[in-house]
Design a protein around this ligand. Structure first.
Ligand SMILES: C[S@@+](CC[C@H](N)C(=O)[O-])C[C@H]1O[C@@H](n2cnc3c(N)ncnc32)[C@H](O)[C@@H]1O
Length: 243
């Protein structure tokens, strides 16, 4: 079992700075939605670790007939998500869960899609493999899995490229959104760039796996049409389909 260390202080940092720290945030969210076929009639979508509900909001806007099940560990995150998604009424169903546990997983195919942003890397390799296997069982035939996450570069130079690119992405977001580079300083102070600070004790909560491994594990779980749609600064967006 994975040992999770995510704290409410991490939630607050992400609520405060997520829009600066995540490269091409809006593009990622819209692209996840683009990869889900519009459902014919009522359908259920599961979001693993929905955070403050930004992706849920995009999906609820995009697909008028869905119910979005937003799971997260953090009460603070779930509170933010509930407040943000009040306009969608009962179409947003929040639930507290631990990604590493199995009690929330079901063998009953229920979901039109399962999505997740910046969360799977909290599981180690075997944890990810088991998760992909279990998610396959939870999806209806034709269902889609879409994951946006951090991946582990395969060599030192790749790690340096990811570290530099992430700093640069945060510098640009900081300039664009705040008109200064103050948030880059905060990013640095928090040592959030795990490619720059792989030895940080806090980084123990981050267990990114190599991209190729993850694609193989998704395929081994039974998914087809496994594909990568976007990558920048160690962040990757990929998907698979249950036929
Ligand atoms: C970096 S944030 C990403 C939030 C959201 N998915 C987004 O992209 O905005 C990581 C999220 O994972 C959640 N999380 C961390 N550990 C978790 C665990 N063991 N089980 C479930 N969720 C967890 C946190 O509460 C947080 O909402």
């Amino acid at each position: 079992m994975n040992d999770f260390l995510w704290q409410e202080a991490d939630s607050q940092d992400f609520i405060d700075y997520g829009r600066y720290f995540v490269p091409q945030r809006e593009y990622q969210l819209q692209t996840i939605a683009d990869l889900i076929p519009p459902p014919n009639g009522p359908a259920h979508i599961l979001e693993l670790s929905c955070g403050e509900g930004l992706l849920a909001e995009v999906l609820l806007h995009r697909f008028a007939t869905i119910t979005l099940h937003g799971y997260d560990l953090s009460p603070a995150m779930l509170q933010q998500a509930k407040a943000r998604l009040v306009p969608f009424g009962e179409r947003f169903v929040p639930r507290r869960f631990n990604l590493a546990e199995t009690e929330w997983r079901t063998a009953v195919p229920t979901f039109h899609a399962v999505v997740s942003s910046l969360t799977i890397h909290h599981l180690d390799g075997p944890g990810k493999q088991q998760l992909f296997h279990d998610l396959f069982a939870m999806l209806l035939p034709g269902g889609t899995l879409v994951i946006a996450d951090l991946v582990a570069p395969t060599r030192e130079l790749g790690t340096a490229v990811a570290a530099n690119a992430w700093d640069e992405a945060v510098r640009q977001r900081s300039q664009q959104l705040a008109g200064s580079e103050d948030v880059l300083a905060r990013f640095e102070q928090l040592k959030w760039n795990l490619y720059r600070y792989p030895e940080e004790p806090d980084i123990a909560i981050d267990k990114p796996s190599g991209l190729l491994d993850q694609l193989k594990w998704v395929e081994q779980a039974g998914f087809t049409a496994v594909d990568v749609h976007w990558a920048l600064a160690g962040h990757v967006l990929y998907s698979g389909v249950k036929v």
